[in-house]
Design a protein around this ligand. Sequence first.
Ligand code: PEP
Length: 254
Amino acid sequence: MRRPILVANWKMNKTASEAQAFVEQLLPQIDAQQEIDIAIAPPFTALDRLGRTLGGSAISLAAQNVSAAGDGAFTGEVSVGMLVELSCRYAIVGHSERRALHGETSQEVARKAVALQAAGIRPIICLGESLREREQGRTLEVVGKALEQSLAGVKAEGSDALVVAYEPLWAIGSGRNATPEIAQEVHAFIRQHLVKQFGTVAESLCIQYGGSVDPENAASLMAQPDIDGALVGGAGLQPDSFAALIKITAESAG
Ligand code: PEP
């Protein structure tokens, strides 16, 4: 039985004080003990304040990106060590916006994931196909190649080693989520790939779905056998909708 994981990716939204206000509204709406893992990925500038506000709650801290380099002359970058000191439990790598707007390659994603694992931070490795690739019938080929390259050198010694987030590009921020059947087909393919690379431990690894998840569509997505939670953008920006998603994800675990 996998423990689902729900992560809010705030992207470039919310100042540190807005992040604190969000959590102060959210925590009274959720149970202190959860059957699921929950995390929020705020902008780097809010990580410290958010971490202090979350305290010992059921919600962990996640970063939206990290550098694969240790330290040194990398203007504008943030290192794994900096995230460790802030007690980040997760870091998103290879989000489609980083790939599309910042030219991040799967090879770079793999280096980041390896560096995170070495420091005990769980990478959330994102990948997915474009609308054009789907229409050309190339989804599994594209996802397979991204998996092969983004997971190079990555280890999976236990269920908490890594998370894969399947995020079809055409579903991100579009209001058009993948149907549960479409998502399940790709998740099952990803699971097979993980089994080939890591062996039986892959059965315990979480594969999140991301792309226009909201409180209306979340339950049917999470009812699928290989969908183990969600990575959410828009629906993670309001305390009420995120609280609703936490409840739905917890029900899918029960
Ligand atoms: C995302 O950015 O990872 C995402 C899934 O966004 P949204 O939920 O808004 O589609």
